[in-house]
Design a protein. Sequence first.
Length: 145
Amino acid sequence: MAGIHITDIEAAINYWREKKPSPDGITLAPELRALAEVYALMVFYHEDVASERGFPPKAMAAWQAWYDTTADTPCIAICSTSQGDEVCKGCGRTFEEVQHWPEMSAPQKRETWRRITLDGTSWRFGRYSDRALEKTEKPEEEQGS
C-alpha cells in the first residue's frame, strides 16, 4: 500500500486555498478542513508519509481532486526501457513502473514522481525539459503513458 507524502498534502491544501478561499479569513472549505486534519497529525507525529489505507475518505477525495489536476505520467516519449534499459533515460521510471503505470494507484504514481524528481537525472529534467513541459500542457487524451 502506497503512502501520500506531506509535500503532496501541502500542494493539495494550496490548490484548495486558491480554489475555495476563506470568505472571512477564518472559515475553511470542507476540503481544506479534511486535508488540514491529516496535515496537522502528520506534523504533530513528525511523519513524512500518510498511509493510503488509513487516509480519511473526505481528505482522500480532496487530495484526489488536486491529483487529477497534475500531469499523469512523466513520459516524454523517449523510452529507453524499450531498448533494454532497467531505468528509462527519458523519464526516470524503472521498467516495472513503465509497464505497470496504468494499474498503479494515484499515491503509487506520486511516489514514483517524487523519486524521479528528487533524483532529477532523467532527460525530462535536463536536455528535454521543454518537451516535458509540452506534455504536461496538452489535454489528457493527447498524453501518452
